[in-house]
Write a protein that binds this ligand. Sequence first.
Ligand SMILES: [Zn+2]
Ligand SMILES: [Zn+2]
Length: 331
Amino acid sequence: MKSGMKVKLWGVRGSIPSPHQTEKLDNKSYKLIEGFVKAGLSKTEEIGPYLSCLPGYKVHGWGGNTACVSVHSPEVDIIIDGGSGIRSYGYQLMSGPCGRGQGIVHLFMTHVHWDHIMGLPFFLPLFVPGNQIHVYGVEPDTRDIFSTLFKKPFFPVPLEMIGSTIYHHRLEPREPYKIGNLTVTPYLLDHPDPCWGYRISDQKNVFSHCVDTECTRMTHKALGPDLPLYQGVDLMTFDAQYTTREKYERINWGHASAALGIDLAIREGVKKIVFMHNDPAADDQQIADVEDETRRYYEQMQRMARENDREVPVVDWSFGVEGSEHIIDNP
Ligand SMILES: [Zn+2]
Ligand SMILES: [Zn+2]
């Protein structure tokens, strides 16, 4: 990248990978072909334009891999979390310096629930001698986690034999850490085991990663020292595992609904939100239904602002699709 930051979503699912079930895939394929025929189309060159007119979730879905996000900047690329999505990113990295044993990888961990570490044993750059893998986290000690992950009989290759050199860095809560042109600061989220969001900034752009969180603390007072995670933010990835109703039925489950992200964004002036950590039990249509619920909530917030002569909030929000890229590049 020449300037700004590019955030790529390699895994947007929460809790456990959720590949398409075969019978649902059959149904999806049937509906696509049925729609194509009903539209009076028949030529192969019409397939591409037809598919591109449909909502993406009807064609490819939202994605089934668990949490992994990469952040690219002119001087350094970093990874947040090693969910099953990191496996695909590893393949891509292997076509560059990582494939020649000259790679330097920076991996920031939010916490170590299974869905955020399960891809690590399948992250190929780890197995190439010469690669340097830097792992960062506030807690628990990432050194212990790696030695447990690569242990027989859970995994056939012990840590001492994986090839690359791993360096562990303990981050201090709310203390900025400089890496290349980026400053990465961990702030506490609201989760059953401690989980740390990251505010990542260069001189002009701010990205905040706020997954997994229940957002039990919402007011300025309750958020206290963790408020900067939501302030002056250009792009925020946010936990939207539950519908609004599920959120209030599942107290202490550690996840939020999109409406809470909209509330925070409106109050703090977050410009863009990408929702992720989708419920593994939700199929593509159910996530689209949550998107509709969020749209109704956002429009209601706008209407209320208009009726009360308040400034009408504008937030560019969407539900993240696995593989999608989001660029922030302020002048
Ligand atoms: Zn999670
Ligand atoms: Zn978690």
